[in-house]
Design a protein around this ligand. Structure first.
Ligand SMILES: Nc1nc2c(ncn2[C@@H]2O[C@H](COP(=O)(O)OP(=O)(O)OP(=O)(O)O)[C@@H](O)[C@H]2O)c(=O)[nH]1
Ligand SMILES: [Mg+2]
Length: 440
């Protein structure tokens, strides 16, 4: 996410880390780099100027030079400023929904509205409070739009309603009444977008808005559109109004300008980030964490939260217990790979880890590791339960059978077993270390 700016900013500070002294020259060079990074990231010029001036004031106002750890202090100033410019400590109190609630999702064509509906449903469902969720679309411009929502609804197992009327307002009312009859906790309304802001679209939305009076109106903005998203947001704000934005496609090579432009100019919160095409690729937007990631500090907190959400508690406990006992079978190995998979791709996971820049590990190495993992999983699932618990059983004839079952070569199985035995050694070492009093 925001790789471009992350790489630029972290490299601007990289040569300062650990230095006991900073000169004014060091500082002004770094500030110049930060400025260049922001401009290249398509952050609106006014915002960049203000940002840089404020940093300069604080940093050169000698607080930093005289502090004990000047470089850390410097990064801290920039971090705080980034947080402020991305919306401050914005609390998401309003996102604690009171049921029943109606959410209307708006935005330009292709910005990600329909996908976002599925993400919102998935998000609130996972929180466990919303039992009945109904979604429906009033997008009659793109023939496949409604089918797309239906497919997504089925995939995440929520209710979908297809209106009889093809007049947006009437259709919206139908969806609403249907949801009411089901006593739905959440009603999600998908709307039509246009390529550009146009009056028919806005008028349609206004009518739906005043008839249904949705509790929440979210504007979906494509982060790839950069500063252009600002113009869109302003038009929506003037004619309909909305509570906050959902920034989509931040997994693409977007440069972060949209996030700054929106938060800085509209003074409204960005509520969520869309980080991929799947319903689970969605997270709350938390300025302090995003700022941390931008500065290459990682974001272990979000990673841990995602782990808690995607990996069940008993699975975590089981894995931990096995490790403590020094036990590690192929079965455990398969389970671990499966848990990893649920967290995302290697490159997605690495981005949360401090000190690892997105470029540190070449993309092809990462893809290679992922392909290997897939192969390993296929191999293990072709084994009998007994073999999974005791890999020593795998002599030549068994290997042949497993290789055939998994559609791989025997040499692939040997690679897997080699890796696996290395990991087993680690686990044993881990157990021994656990017994040493100093290392607990
Ligand atoms: N990588 C990535 N792709 C996304 C994200 N959100 C949406 N997309 C993709 O963007 C495309 C458009 O998304 P939709 O949800 O159909 O957008 P929409 O606003 O409903 O589009 P219209 O109904 O045509 O107005 C689809 O191919 C989605 O898979 C995201 O966060 N990351
Ligand atoms: Mg759509």
């Amino acid at each position: 996410m925001f790789d471009f700016l992350t790489n630029k900013l972290s490299s601007a500070f990289a040569h300062l880390t650990g230095q006991a002294y900073l000169s004014e020259k060091n500082i002004s060079e770094t500030i110049a780099k930060v400025k260049e990074a922001l401009i290249q990231a398509d952050v609106p010029f006014g915002a960049v100027e203000k940002f840089i001036n404020e940093i300069q004031e604080e940093v050169v106002g000698q607080k930093v030079l005289k502090s004990l750890k000047p470089s850390e202090q410097f990064v801290d100033v920039v971090h705080k400023k980034l947080v402020a410019f991305l919306g401050g400590q914005n609390n998401h109190a309003s996102l604690e929904l009171t049921f029943p609630t109606t959410i209307m999702v708006m935005g330009l064509q292709g910005s990600g509205k329909t996908t976002t509906i599925a993400k919102l449903a998935h998000y609130y469902k996972a929180k466990g409070k919303a039992k009945i969720i109904v979604c429906g679309s009033v997008d009659f411009y793109r023939p496949a739009a409604i089918d797309q929502l239906e497919t997504l609804a089925r995939q995440i197992n929520i209710n979908f309603y297809r209106p009889q009327s093809t007049f947006p307002l009437k259709a919206a009312q139908e969806i609403f009444n249907y949801a009411r009859s089901l006593k739905a906790d959440i009603i999600l309304l998908d709307t039509a977008g246009r390529l550009h802001i146009d009056n028919t679209m806005l008028q349609e939305l206004q009518e739906i808005d005043s008839s249904l009076q949705p509790h929440h109106k979210f504007l979906v903005l494509d982060a790839m559109t950069g500063q252009e998203s600002l113009r869109v947001a302003k038009a929506f704000e003037q004619s309909i109004g909305f509570e906050g934005a959902i920034l989509t496609k931040v997994d693409s090579d977007t440069r972060a300008g949209a996030a700054f432009a929106f938060a800085y100019e509209l003074k409204k919160p960005i509520l969520f980030l869309g980080t991929g095409e799947k319903p689970s690729d969605f997270e709350l937007f938390r300025p302090e964490r995003v700022a941390g990631r931008l500065l290459g500090m990682g974001d272990m907190q979000t990673l841990m939260e995602q782990a808690d959400e995607k990996i069940k508690k008993h699975e975590q406990e089981e894995a931990e217990k096995a490790l403590r006992q020094g036990r590690f079978t192929l079965d455990d190995f398969a389970k671990q790979m499966d848990m990893m998979n649920r967290m995302g791709s290697f490159s997605q996971i690495l981005k949360f880890i401090p000190g690892i820049s997105a470029q540190a590990i070449p993309q092809d190495k990462m893809l290679q590791a992922e392909a290997e993992m897939k192969k390993f999983k296929a191999i293990i699932s072709s084994m009998t339960p007994k073999e999974r618990l005791d890999h020593k059983l795998l002599q030549a004839s068994r290997k042949k059978r497993v290789a055939q079952g998994a559609g791989v070569e025997v040499s692939d199985i040997n690679i897997l077993l080699q890796r696996f035995e290395q990991m087993q050694q680690f686990v044993k070492l881990f157990k021994k270390m656990g017994k040493m009093p100093g290392l607990r």
